[in-house]
Design a protein around this ligand. Structure first.
Ligand code: OGA
Ligand code: NI
Length: 333
């Protein structure tokens, strides 16, 4: 197989675009329309007035920063990330690398309690902070998925949210830390829209799950792409959550919403830390679109598959591979 070489960073286009910011305190029917529009156009939006309490976010941020500040041998006790635990530079099992260190946890309470023992000196405190955060962001995720179903005029409005409410759901929490790049901060190329000696923190990919809710500190670096080779920087804002449509939601909307491709560049003298909740169904869930989204004008695009099958396929591929292609039906014209 011929693998196309990635475009060098300094020949790519960066475009400033105002990405949708959705105020969840506005009128419900209006909010659901705006969310659908954002997912149609970008597979991405930001939410404000999201209802996740600040103290819950601040506590997890503090735990994350304290963990990443530990000496390397201590952090390694929580690794390797196969797939849960601490990882550094390598992403996945197929040779992807980035200027990143991270901590991945399954959202199952027993799994959190067990993992916490190697992550924190006070495991019960760490577990309870992580669990409170997960509960709050899961609530936000369910609300957003219900609003999407309403906006798409799907009769069963909990068809998406039910999957991440399931006790057996396979959702994941991931803390990413991008340490500063070692370039002289006084010597940056300010004539360029972004410093062309940036390194890739987290390479181009789409998230495989249903949806991602990502909160970062005020250090930028995240970019999304809706057109090959053109990148839109996402302005960092610790008071918002960024929402990504994931591959499963692309399938469950029968290709109407497209999972957004994104990446992170280490573009700062400061460290970026992000906390991402990936809402996923249980392993045995069959991923199919509700009947309203499959019509004579919009035939079913994907063959049915389980989340376990999809995960297995993702593990065998590279980060940037377009995994959904493997599940697309061959439609003869
Ligand atoms: C991810 C991701 C972006 C970030 O973890 O899948 O895209 O800002 N993270 O860390
Ligand atoms: Ni991602």
């Amino acid at each position: 197989m011929v693998v196309p070489s990635p475009t060098p960073l300094d020949t790519e286009k960066v475009r400033a675009v105002d990405l949708p910011i959705i105020d969840l305190s506005a009128q419900r029917s209006e909010v659901s329309k705006l969310i659908v529009k954002a997912c149609d156009n970008f597979g991405f939006f930001k939410v404000i007035n999201h209802g996740v309490p600040n103290h819950i976010i601040a506590k997890l941020e503090h735990e994350g920063l304290s963990f990443f500040a530990k000496p390397v041998p201590e952090k390694l006790r929580a690794g390797p990330a196969n797939p849960f635990g601490y990882g550094c530079k390598t992403i996945g099992l197929n040779g992807d690398m980035g200027e990143i260190e991270y901590l991945v946890l399954n959202t199952n309470p027993l799994s959190i309690a067990e993992r916490s023992k190697t992550i924190s000196d006070d495991p019960s405190k760490f577990s309870s902070i992580v669990s409170d955060y997960i509960e709050a962001v899961r609530g936000l995720g369910c609300e957003l998925l219900d609003l999407m179903a309403e906006g798409l005029l799907v009769t069963d409005t909990s068809v998406f949210s039910r999957l991440i409410r399931d006790v057996d759901c396979d959702s994941v929490l991931r803390l990413n830390h991008y340490p500063p790049v070692q370039v002289d901060c006084n010597d940056r190329d300010t004539s360029h829209p972004y410093d062309n000696r940036n390194k890739v923190g987290f390479g181009e990919h789409s998230d495989p799950q249903i949806l991602t809710l990502l909160r970062s500190n005020d250090v930028g670096g995240l970019q999304i792409s809706i057109e090959d080779g053109v990148w839109i920087p996402v302005t960092p804002d610790p008071n918002t959550f960024c929402v990504n449509v994931g591959d499963v939601l692309q399938v469950m909307t029968n290709g109407r919403f497209v999972s957004v491709r994104h990446r992170v560049l280490t573009n700062s003298c400061e460290s970026r830390m992000s906390m991402a909740y990936f809402g996923a169904p249980s392993l045995q869930t069959r991923i199919t679109a509700p009947p309203e989204l499959v019509t004579p004008n919009r035939l079913s695009l994907y063959r049915p598959f389980t989340w376990a099958e999809y995960k297995k396929a993702s593990y065998s591929l590279r980060l940037g591979d377009r995994r959904l292609e493997l599940f697309r039906k061959c439609i003869e014209d």
